[in-house]
Design a protein around this ligand. Structure first.
Ligand code: RIB
Length: 293
């Protein structure tokens, strides 16, 4: 069982050609609401590959919350540890899609009701996990509590440090894998992040969009090239990478193969619209991996 602890957001996606300047009003191309949230996305990524997934998180008592819950159930994810909280609305993400990339503003809402006390009450659920995946769209002390529980119980944790502004250096000693994208890595470790990679071999992995991913294996830097892809929407590519990497590690793939597998999954995810729209099945990922061998 893989446990994902994190956010559920309704993504409010606006596609636009150019971005408005301060004080300017522009017409956009389209608008859509799509299920998202880094936590939910990573859970869907793992589940589509065929692993058992349970989710711990919070939604509000509203329409978006109901839809997000229904969506995770449809994706075969165990949702019994998702709590509906009063007095807080379900998280949303305002996503601007422009020139092949995205800019995201998150209003956490109910995601911030996932307190460390709630985590303590879910300890037995967490202890059932082969691996735990967590991100930073929930309160910082909740993240720390999860890391402490897993560390004591020897359960590997993949920490996706997004948004990077919520990252704390205290997390490093507890997390088995840390997976920032390049912007997040620079925010956390500075522009010369290669030194940080060397400090945390086989632990810190930087995802670099279409250029693939990079890590240090203790002897040398490894650059895992991205796969050729036809980009429609990059939202959720990092989440797909994280879910696929956790899946591969939990199936005992060698580290390098797990990164390659995750890269292939991420390259497929960008070929469809929406954070979860293009998340692939195991069969599709295997096919893409084989296309390079
Ligand atoms: O990583 C993409 C996700 O970030 C979106 O689905 C949005 O909800 C934000 O959490």
């Amino acid at each position: 069982m893989i446990t994902v602890i994190g956010s559920l957001n309704m993504d409010l996606v606006v596609e636009t050609k150019g971005l408005p300047k301060q004080g300017e009003t522009n017409f956009g191309k389209s608008f859509a609401t799509m299920p998202g949230g880094k936590g939910a996305n990573q859970a869907v990524s793992v589940s589509r590959l065929g692993a058992d997934v349970q989710f711990i998180g919070c939604i509000g008592e509203d329409l978006f919350g109901n839809e997000l819950l229904k969506n995770l159930k449809n994706e075969n994810i165990d949702t019994k540890n998702i709590q509906t909280v009063k007095n807080s609305s379900t998280g949303i993400a305002n996503i601007l899609l422009s020139e092949g990339d995205n800019r995201i503003i998150v209003i956490p809402g109910a995601n911030y009701e996932l307190t460390s006390q709630k985590i303590i009450s879910k300890k037995d659920t967490i202890l059932q996990s082969k691996m735990v995946i967590i991100q930073l769209e929930i309160p910082a002390n909740t993240v720390l509590k999860v890391l402490e529980i897993c560390h004591t119980a020897n359960i590997p944790v993949l920490l996706n440090p997004a948004p990077a502004s919520s990252f704390s250096m205290d997390y490093i000693d507890y997390a088995t894998f840390i997976t920032p994208n390049e912007t997040e890595c620079k925010d956390i470790f500075g522009v010369n992040y290669e030194k940080a990679l060397e400090l945390y071999p086989n632990q810190l992995i930087v995802t670099k969009g279409k250029s693939g991913a990079q890590y240090f294996d203790g002897i040398e830097h490894k650059f895992i090239k991205g796969f050729k892809t036809n980009v429609i929407d990059t939202t959720g590519a990092g989440d797909t990478f994280n879910g696929a990497f956790a899946f591969a590690i939990s199936r005992q793939y060698p580290f390098n193969d797990a990164v390659e597998f995750a890269n292939a999954a991420a390259s497929l995810s960008v070929e469809k619209f929406g954070a979860q729209g293009g998340m692939p099945s195991l069969q599709l990922v295997m096919k893409r991996v084989a296309s390079r061998i």
